[in-house]
Design a protein around this ligand. Structure first.
Ligand SMILES: CC(C)(COP(=O)(O)OP(=O)(O)OC[C@H]1O[C@@H](n2cnc3c(N)ncnc32)[C@H](O)[C@@H]1OP(=O)(O)O)[C@@H](O)C(=O)NCCC(=O)NCCS
Length: 169
């Protein structure tokens, strides 16, 4: 399969925060943001693989900044690494100032998607070739994140997580 670039999977969703989507502090409800990130990441994984994709794991989420009612929110997702059937997708969330257009980073997340066939069985995805320095950094770190996720899910023995263990020795 021919390799693709991370930029080919780039997915950008921009939307408002409406009253039905907020918590009692009038900030965006966490579950709503998770859903927006899942949608953007799923589209990105689908763009990379051109297959049906399912969310296998939410590896990391950091709600660094509250997002107030009425905000313009941009969710940007890009595949950072492709393995055999799984893909890591990195998501960056920005709040846009309506007056100046300046964008402030608000949250970030990392999801894992798996490409599947019509019966839900995993299928191979194309490899990925990072182009920018940031894409290369994210690509390099993705294997240890995959190993951590598999260890936590009880699908890999800690002893086999060689890339992850190398961080601590
Ligand atoms: C995700 C799913 C397809 C994996 O199926 P599986 O039978 O465990 O298949 P495998 O063990 O062969 O794993 C397939 C790939 O997923 C990866 N994977 C599985 N669980 C993972 C996890 N918790 N974290 C990271 N990667 C994971 C495996 O490492 C493997 O990757 P690779 O092929 O790139 O090496 C299956 O568990 C599933 O359908 N889950 C439900 C998905 C869903 O409905 N999501 C929406 C939630 S409502």
């Amino acid at each position: 399969m021919e390799a693709r670039y991370p930029s080919e999977s780039l997915t950008i969703l921009t939307d408002l925060v409406l009253p039905g989507e907020t918590n009692p502090l009038n900030n965006l409800f966490g579950g709503e943001l998770l859903a927006r990130m899942d949608r953007a990441a799923g589209i990105a994984a689908g763009r990379h693989s051109r297959r049906i994709v399912v969310t296998a794991s939410v590896n990391h989420v950091a709600f660094n900044k509250a997002i107030p009612l009425g905000s313009v929110v941009t969710v940007q997702a890009k595949v950072s690494r492709a393995f055999k059937s799984s893909m890591e997708v990195v998501i960056d969330v920005w709040i846009e100032d309506r007056q100046t257009g300046d964008k402030t980073p608000a949250n970030e997340a990392i999801y894992t998607f798996v490409a599947v066939n019509e019966r839900g069985a995993p299928v191979s995805v194309p490899p990925i070739t990072p182009q920018t320095e940031l894409e290369q950094e994210r690509y390099d770190a993705a294997l240890r994140r995959k190993q951590l996720s598999l260890v936590l899910a009880g699908k890999m023995k800690p002893d086999d997580a060689t890339e992850l263990k190398a961080l601590f020795v």
